[in-house]
Design a binder for this molecule. Structure first.
Ligand code: PLP
Length: 371
């Protein structure tokens, strides 16, 4: 009997997720010096981890022989203080990605529906399909989540609704008033998930905690991968009602988050200066990329996150050409945007290098249709 015939149907039909390639892999494949490669592909922090987090992580490593605190006690205390919620209103995940999977475990089965924007973060769809549920994708409107159409797509079979703001891959956001109104109008059988992975770059970020206080079935997702520069450690969290967090905690692995990541996250939360400086640098970087694209005659989607969509003509070709020049960006063909690439905001120097290299690749004759 062949192995595949034993596997779950959803495993065999699961679409393949292609993450941004690591620098070392690109260096190996193209014979480049890894030191000379810059990665502007996965919305990581160009300034590295918070230095306080790095020190805490090193210290935690000294007790690498011990299992971590499976309940993430200290981190939940700190989050509670920072976000004015109770410690048991948090669920900590191996990246916020894991919480998306926990939501699948807790709520999804065959025949259920999950409503989401398109294009939006692809993991919502992957997890939906893995649990045998149906992904109902609602096209963005003027690059933003079309909240009225998403609401209209909810049926008695809908279990989860995902709203990603700021959205990946577009970098666009919905306002606090829009998000609150949307969640308040959701029927009682639906769990609304707000993915706020890039909210730390907004000033101010929408405050969705009133929805939790009102007892609504909402989950907010946050991550330490972006502004705190801890993507490698894999740590993120959800905040919600106590009942919701208890449910999500039931379906996670006992030691899902390692001790190094927990210690780093605790220290990162206290490093306000680092986060503020990264947000400032990111705003400057966005402005630099916008100016550069205008000068080159390239259309872009104005972004409030730490990345930007740029229309380059043939996205795959420009992605490959940049990669050969030691710059890794993200093609977004799989998001239905073959003419575009997604560029993570780098340091000023990295942005300047990208703009210099991208110019000739998109110049006369290859220039995409203008805005
Ligand atoms: C919108 C969005 N949500 C969630 C994540 C996952 O982040 P994490 O590293 O916390 O798993 C990402 C990662 O890029 C993202 O873009």
């Amino acid at each position: 009997m062949n192995l595949e015939s034993l596997a779950n149907r959803e495993v065999l039909t699961q679409p393949f997720y292609e993450p941004g390639k690591p620098i070392e892999q690109v260096a190996r494949e193209l014979g480049l010096d890894p030191e000379a490669i810059i990665k502007l592909a996965s919305n990581e922090n160009p300034f590295g981890p918070s230095p306080k987090a790095l020190a805490a992580a090193r210290k935690a490593l000294e007790h690498g022989e011990l299992y971590p605190d499976g309940g993430c006690f200290e981190l939940r205390q700190r989050l509670a203080a920072a976000r004015a919620l109770a410690p048991d209103q948090f669920v900590i995940g191996n990246g916020s990605n894991e919480i998306i999977e926990l939501l699948g475990h807790a709520f999804l089965g065959r025949g259920d529906e999950v409503v989401m924007g398109a294009p939006a973060f692809v993991v919502y769809k992957l997890v939906t399909l893995l649990f045998g549920a149906r992904a109902v994708e609602i096209p963005l409107r003027e690059w933003r989540h079309d909240l009225p159409r998403i609401a209209a797509a909810v049926t008695p079979r809908t279990k989860l609704v995902y709203v990603c703001s700021p959205n990946n891959p577009t970098g666009t956001s919905n306002t606090e008033a829009e998000l609150l109104e949307f969640a308040r109008a959701m029927p009682d059988h639906v769990v609304t998930v707000f993915d706020e992975a890039y909210a730390d770059f907004l000033e101010p970020a929408p405050d969705l905690r009133p929805l939790v206080a009102e007892g609504r079935k909402v989950v907010g997702l946050r991550t330490f991968s972006k502004i705190y520069g801890l993507a490698s450690l894999r740590i993120g969290y959800g905040y919600a009602s106590r009942e919701m967090c208890a449910l999500l905690n039931r379906v996670r692995q006992p030691f899902n988050v390692n001790a190094i990541a927990q210690a780093a996250a605790v220290a990162a939360l206290e490093d306000h200066a680092f986060a503020a400086e990264c947000a400032r640098q990111n705003r400057a970087g966005l402005a630099q990329l916008e100016r550069g694209c205008r000068d080159l005659g390239l259309e872009f989607v104005p972004s409030v996150a730490n990345f930007m969509l740029v229309r380059v003509g043939d996205g795959m070709r420009v992605f490959e050409a940049l990669q050969r020049r030691g710059i890794i960006v993200r093609p977004v063909k799989s998001y239905g945007l073959p003419e575009w690439i997604r560029i993570t905001v780098g340091s000023g120097e990295q942005n300047a290098r990208l703009l210099k290299e991208i110019g000739p690749l998109t110049s006369v004759g290859q220039r995409p249709r203008g805005p």
